[in-house]
Design a protein around this ligand. Structure first.
Ligand SMILES: *[C@@H]1O[C@H](CO)[C@@H](O)[C@H](O)[C@H]1NC(C)=O
Ligand SMILES: *[C@@H]1O[C@H](CO)[C@@H](O)[C@H](O)[C@H]1NC(C)=O
Ligand SMILES: *[C@@H]1O[C@H](CO)[C@@H](O)[C@H](O)[C@H]1NC(C)=O
Ligand SMILES: *[C@@H]1O[C@H](CO)[C@@H](O)[C@H](O)[C@H]1NC(C)=O
Length: 310
């Protein structure tokens, strides 16, 4: 699955309200929909959708996570609705440009999410930009999170006549894959950021005198050191899951560490569970539930299969 698909599905703009008058379209909720596992993290933090905006008729209570994928009536109708951006969008990584790299079909762009029992209002970029004024929307996670961040950038930038106005705050190019990228919409005083962190917790050097097959460790009880940068954002979309397998950990010499001790028998799923607890403690301790909306997504369909980018 690729990023186009992820966001082309989100043809709606159900609005929910955030303190500070930041509003975000329900596309964010769709991020939850993509997760096969939605972690029910924190009753005290508001997750998901709340009140309506004045200008829109909002469907009554409806669980958007229950529904199915349906084909759009036709792809022309979707471009009329201004949903699509093309691969020329400057916020796309080269590797995420499917047609440029030889993909012939385009049916994968035509899916949308249909919740049971209600409809999702259409995505409206200018509306979302206006409602997000003076805000920060932050994605933290692996390449799937990055895909969705890029898609959101492309979708939002459609409402900006001069796209050159949007800039990365440190002047970094979109090809940068380490650390973070923070895109600024100057007129709206809005930043939309991506922070790379496939495991969310700390990846570090093993303790001294560790056997040499242990090259790095995932510290399941220590939250990412960059996390202080995420505090205070209005919307935080975390994702993790795809790196929690043996191929990306123990088979490459990356073991799990707890209490500053490497534990070579700890299983990957157990380590993932412990890390999520570490993440949850951080969320509860550091984030203000009246200020930040927090989303967590775990597994999504992967974008690699049989050696092909899909
Ligand atoms: C999008 O939102 C703007 C601002 O709220 C509104 O003026 C415009 O009519 C909306 N566009 C569509 C297609 O609904
Ligand atoms: C931009 O947004 C930030 C964060 O909300 C706020 O502190 C600052 O005053 C805003 N700047 C302007 C010029 O509105
Ligand atoms: C678009 O924005 C860029 C960057 O702010 C600016 O240099 C350029 O002159 C603008 N182009 C137009 C046509 O306004
Ligand atoms: C390593 O982790 C496993 C699984 O959690 C646990 O049973 C075991 O006690 C741990 N070993 C040490 C030395 O902490």
């Amino acid at each position: 699955m690729d990023h186009h698909q992820l966001f082309s599905l989100c043809s709606f703009s159900y609005i929910f309200k955030i303190k500070k008058h930041l509003f975000v379209s329900l596309f964010l909720l769709s991020l939850l929909i993509f997760s096969t596992v939605v972690v029910d993290v924190m009753p005290s933090l508001r997750i998901g959708l709340l009140s309506s905006s004045s200008s829109q008729t909002v469907t009554k209570e409806c669980d958007y996570s229950k529904g199915k994928w349906v084909r759009r009536a036709s792809s022309s109708s979707s471009s009329v609705n201004g949903l699509f951006y093309g691969e020329e969008c400057r916020f796309l990584d080269s590797g995420f440009r499917c047609h440029k790299h030889g993909r012939k079909d385009s049916g994968y762009l035509d899916w949308r999410w249909q919740p049971h029992g209600c409809d999702l209002p259409r995505f409206n970029a200018s509306d979302l930009l206006e409602r997000s004024r003076n805000g920060r929307i932050v994605f933290v996670g692996d390449s799937i999170g990055r895909n969705q961040w890029e898609s959101l950038m492309c979708m939002l930038s459609q409402a900006i006549p001069n796209k050159s106005e949007i800039y990365e705050v440190n002047g970094n190019p979109i090809t940068k894959h380490k650390g973070f990228l923070s895109m600024r919409f100057p007129r709206e005083n809005l930043t939309v950021e991506y922070h790379r962190s496939p495991f969310l917790v700390v990846i570090g050097r093993p303790p001294d005198k560790s056997p040499k097959e242990i090259k790095t460790t995932v510290r399941v009880d220590e939250f990412n050191w960059q996390s202080k940068r995420w505090v205070g954002s209005d919307v935080l979309v975390f994702n993790s899951g795809h790196w929690w397998n043996e191929d990306k950990t123990v088979l490459t010499g990356c073991y799990f560490e707890e209490g500053r001790k490497v534990n070579k028998t700890m299983g990957v799923m157990e380590a993932f569970g412990k890390s999520l607890k570490t993440w949850k403690s951080w969320v509860l301790e550091k984030l203000d539930p009246d200020k930040s909306y927090v989303f967590f997504r775990s597994y999504s369909p992967v974008h690699y299969r049989l050696g092909q980018f899909r």
